[in-house]
Design a protein around this ligand. Structure first.
Ligand code: GLC
Length: 719
């Protein structure tokens, strides 16, 4: 029910004021006066400086002091005293930079995900931000796409749980509460599936696959009360999401009951034209407004064409009013009509030093996001007093915050610094530490100092190779066709192996890379992602065993880029490959590569040794699957026990397995615990032929284990 004061505001607004309220621009437009000759993109938007006073929201780039100044000026000029809404890309922290979301998903720790968002909200609220364009919950299966770094991976269930935790962390129970901001889930829908992993490329899939894999996490955000939804750049069934009425009204509002604000992605209303879905800005505005797209970001077709469309009877002004009401209701929910400055606090925002408590949280989040992929002959953990060799472009680098790293105000802790805080610097010898170039600059290799590194480090007890990809080569616009480490990095690792010492390869990346070429040269392999401000300390905690690695992969690692897309929850096919008969040709297979990934979804090692036994599936008054897990080692550790289900036969084919639950156990040395999962009817529902949720009785495989490739299985009949 619309509050009377909001309805009165809308009733008094002119059409121009309403359309300006539905327009979002960068901060550079404010403070200009009519004499300024707007050039370049500013000119293209044909914005008259005087129109600025009615614009509804600001995109990125302000900070507390500017936000206060802009809001003060705005409220002085605004005829109806409607406050500005400040929105920004706070993707993994604001001033304290946290692990990239793909790493966070590997923690499988939902409380950690909530803490992650809470911390980011607190810092960005103090910076005057009201809305973050996060969580990004696009399901991904293709590491060639640079934005996999911003999501929580390839599984709908994990994506949904991480997403709802982050929405809770950002928004809390009341947006008016200090330190809370509104969340904007994105990019609705299916943006994570561009053909060829090429940024902004066509997305095309059946509605059944869209519903089964790609929509659940957005719906989880809506069910968690997310305030906003951002439409994706891509098409959904050949209609750009930004102007897709079936998606934005049919599914989002009518089916899911979402009544919050929808926003375009950057310039994406305008991009209906190059998509070939609109002949000009007028048609782009008409289709987007009709589809229920409330705020136009960084294009101005609503402002310039909606009035004509209404006059010509092509658009009902009621559509404009309903959109404006939703925007005003969001401002009201944030308390901006009472206090337009909300939590903006220059003293906090401009503090000389970062918040020590927040850094400690970042360090813990980082350590729990690292994934130990290989650890032969107990190469890890390191022992204090060891002579440690450290080589590679990430040995001393502070460029490990990850893309979208907000203000980048404080340098990250490098691996070298983290290690030297744990052992005497005299015990660490470095070599070939030149920074990695970037593909964007045409060079992404390190200088060849390999022979020098071999001779400098050959007498160390253990050698760490800190390798990976430039952080700027991931994120938006970061698609790549080559996922290997650069030639000199691979040569470095193999040459260091000639020393006969244990090589610990540590990989800094925003995506799964192609690591098979260096796997045999590495005694241990650690996926370090980009862990943000406390990167070096988080890694040192894991390397020295002060934190027992507990990360589990949220996305498969391919043997080779030729294998992509490779993901665990695939359909079987009519000729499934049977590893018992490897010589059979006419089954689904490659001649030169296994079907399975190099490292599968849910995989990760620990310094503990977890033993599984007593797997049971019992159907009493409830259907319960249980298993006993023992920490059969002298080291306390965390294990993520995973439940998968396979619907053996149904009216549409079903994935060979689907994650339906997980439980994170902290087990002391030699401690045992029994884990039970109730198998509920909801877990067994799926979208049938007519895209309706159904349950069909039949045979089901119930699986519990340590990852998607290593589990017990029991087949049962369920009616
Ligand atoms: C970008 C991204 C989107 C971001 C928006 C605002 O193009 O696609 O994720 O939130 O523009 O910066």
């Amino acid at each position: 029910m619309t509050k009377p004061f909001i309805q009165e505001l809308v009733n008094e607004m002119t059409l121009d004021e309403k359309l300006a309220q539905l327009t979002q621009l960068g901060p550079y437009y404010w403070g200009l006066d009519d004499t300024v000759d707007l050039t370049g993109p500013f000119k293209e938007l044909k914005i008259k400086p005087h129109a600025i006073e009615n614009i509804g929201s600001v995109l990125n780039g302000v900070g507390a002091r500017n936000a206060i100044e802009m809001q003060t000026r705005h409220m002085q000029k605004s005829r109806q005293k409607i406050p500005l809404l400040f929105m920004a890309d706070v993707i993994h922290g604001y001033r304290t930079i946290l692990p990239i979301p793909l790493a966070l998903g590997c923690s499988f720790d939902l409380e950690a995900c909530e803490r992650f968002a809470e911390l980011a909200a607190k810092e960005s609220a103090a910076a005057g931000i009201h809305v973050t364009f996060s969580p990004m919950t696009d399901l991904v299966r293709d590491p060639r796409w640079g934005r996999v770094m911003e999501t929580s991976g390839e599984d709908p269930y994990l994506n949904a749980r991480v997403t709802e935790s982050m929405v809770r962390g950002y928004q809390g129970k009341d947006l008016k509460e200090k330190g809370r901001i509104a969340a904007c889930v994105k990019h609705f829908a299916g943006y994570g599936a561009p053909e060829g992993g090429r940024e902004y490329n066509t997305v095309d899939m059946s509605s059944g696959v869209l519903r089964e894999f790609y929509l659940p996490a957005y719906k989880a955000a809506v069910d968690a009360g997310v305030a906003m939804v951002m439409a994706a750049f891509n098409t959904v069934d050949r209609i750009p999401a930004t102007g897709n009425e079936q998606l934005l009204r049919g599914i989002l509002r009518e089916e899911w009951g979402f009544n919050g604000v929808t926003i375009a992605d950057f310039n994406s209303v305008n991009e209906l034209i190059p998509h070939g879905a609109a002949v000009d800005g007028r048609e782009a505005a008409e289709k987007s407004l009709a589809a229920g797209l409330d705020i136009e970001m960084m294009s101005t077709h609503y402002l310039h064409h909606a009035a004509d469309l209404i006059e010509q009877g092509r658009l009902d002004v009621a559509l404009i009013d309903e959109a404006v009401i939703r925007v005003l209701e969001l401002k009201d929910a944030l308390g901006l009509f009472e206090n337009p400055f909300k939590d903006a606090d220059p003293q906090v925002d401009e503090a000389a030093e970062p918040n020590a408590e927040h850094l400690q949280t970042a360090r813990q989040l980082g350590a729990s996001s690292v994934v130990l992929l290989k650890n032969d002959n107990e190469a890890l953990p390191l022992k204090r007093g060891m002579k440690i060799g450290l080589a590679g472009p990430f040995a001393t680098s502070i460029h490990v915050l990850g893309g979208w790293a907000g203000t980048e105000k404080d340098p990250a802790v490098s691996l070298y610094t983290g290690l030297s805080l744990k052992t005497s610097a005299g015990d660490i010898l470095t070599a070939m530490t030149g920074e990695l170039g970037s593909m964007l600059e045409g060079v992404f290799d390190v200088e060849d100092g390999i022979e020098e590194a071999f001779h400098r480090l050959k007498d160390c007890d253990v050698i760490l190779a800190a390798v990976g990809e430039n952080q700027q080569d991931t994120g938006e616009g970061g698609s790549k066709t080559n996922l290997r480490l650069s030639p000199n990095q691979e040569k470095l690792i193999w040459r260091l192996k000639d020393t006969g010492k244990k090589i610990v390869t540590i990989v800094f990346s925003g995506r799964p890379l192609e690591l098979k070429p260096v796997l045999d040269a590495s005694e241990a392999l650690l996926q370090a992602w980009f862990l943000g401000s406390e990167s070096g300390n988080s890694l040192a905690d894991v390397l020295f065993g002060d934190y027992n690695p507990s990360g589990r992969l949220s996305m498969s690692f391919p043997y080779t880029v030729g294998q992509i897309p490779v993901y665990y929850n695939a359909y079987s096919t009519g000729r499934p490959y049977d590893p018992m008969y490897p010589q059979v040709r006419y089954v689904t297979r490659y001649l030169d590569c296994p079907n399975d990934p190099l490292f599968c979804f849910g995989y990760g090692l620990s310094y503990s040794n977890f033993a599984y036994s007593s797997f049971k599936v019992e159907a009493a008054d409830k259907l319960v699957a249980s298993i006993e897990v023992e920490n059969a080692s002298d080291t306390d550790g965390k294990e993520t026990v995973q439940l998968y289900i396979h619907d053996v036969s149904a009216s549409v084919v079903r994935p060979v397995k689907e994650l339906k639950g997980f439980r994170q156990l902290s087990l002391a040395a030699h401690e045992k615990q029994v884990v039970s999962f109730e198998i509920t009817r909801d877990m067994l529902m799926f979208y049938g032929k007519d895209d309706q949720l159904v349950f069909e009785p039949g045979e089901f495989d119930i699986m519990i284990g340590r990852n998607s490739g290593d589990h017990f299985t029991r087949r049962i009949h369920i009616d």
